[in-house]
Design a protein around this ligand. Sequence first.
Ligand code: SAM
Length: 317
Amino acid sequence: SASISDDYSVQKTNDDATESKYAAVKLNYYYDNFIDYFTHGVHRRDPEISTGYWARVAAVTSVVRQFIDATGGHCQIISLGAGFDTLYWRLKETNQQIHSYVEVDFSSVTAKKIRLIRKPHAWPTLPSFFSQPIKDDHHTDLHAGDYHLIGADLRQIAEFDEKLNLSDLDPELPTLVLAECVLVYMAAEKSHELLNYLSNKFKTIGFLNYEQVNTDDRFGEIMVKNLKDRGIHLPGLAICTNLDSQKNHFRTANFETINAWTVLHVYQKFFSPSEIERIESIERLDEKELLTQLLEHYSFVYAFKDGSGNHHELAEI
Ligand code: SAM
């Protein structure tokens, strides 16, 4: 099982994600009026990395907006390993209604996020977007109307369940679960337990997973080694090495409709040519091949289980 120092390295991956998103936002790959609340200073990333983050954020945001539209906002969203993600505020800024939005991460990460949320800011403050004033404010958990932030280790289902039950969730309401580079840090049997638990708990559930894939070739080995050198291990890759094994992971956890794509596929097929042209003109890509390789080593899985027996597929990302 994972040691404390491994957990610490995993928590640090949030800083890397936040700083990478910040770097992309500062160069106008996409808008995020809230990223400044969570990091500042100068962060730079190679153009391939920023392009990858743009694709990741654009696709996740699109799936979430489709889900909210399809349910008329009578839905709930659970973001696993949410880190300093800003999606809740970006949705509320555009007046999206959600019954409940729950973010989960290790307690040390949620404690930091709570401090940043509560820090005095120029208007609009982060709490001004919550549907109600902050009700319960512990060191690691925050509940405020439609927004809930809870500290829990996703490998400890009993503790996680207890905290979810305090987050105003209705098992009958359509629920979308997001995991952006999270499951891969857990041993496969732990993520399997987590998927099973969630698909049993909610009658109608969509799950969007984004993470590394196809890591058994030369490029993938280098990716994994670079992380390992920084103390970050990806035990989740043990069984989810390719798109088929990813799909299988969800199928065996009772999801019914499962789609899986490489990010390269999403990039080439789902985004409009004009948007790709805009993205690729922001910075000069020395070598298009490097971008292609990188995008081939990340995947999106969208898995769905509909309690009413209907099948539901995403039209497109
Ligand atoms: N999803 C965020 C994003 O895309 O900006 C953060 C991604 S970061 C690469 C991975 C996050 O997952 C970290 O914040 C880490 O603390 C969290 N995480 C990993 N394993 C976890 C676990 N067992 N329990 C709770 N959080 C976990």
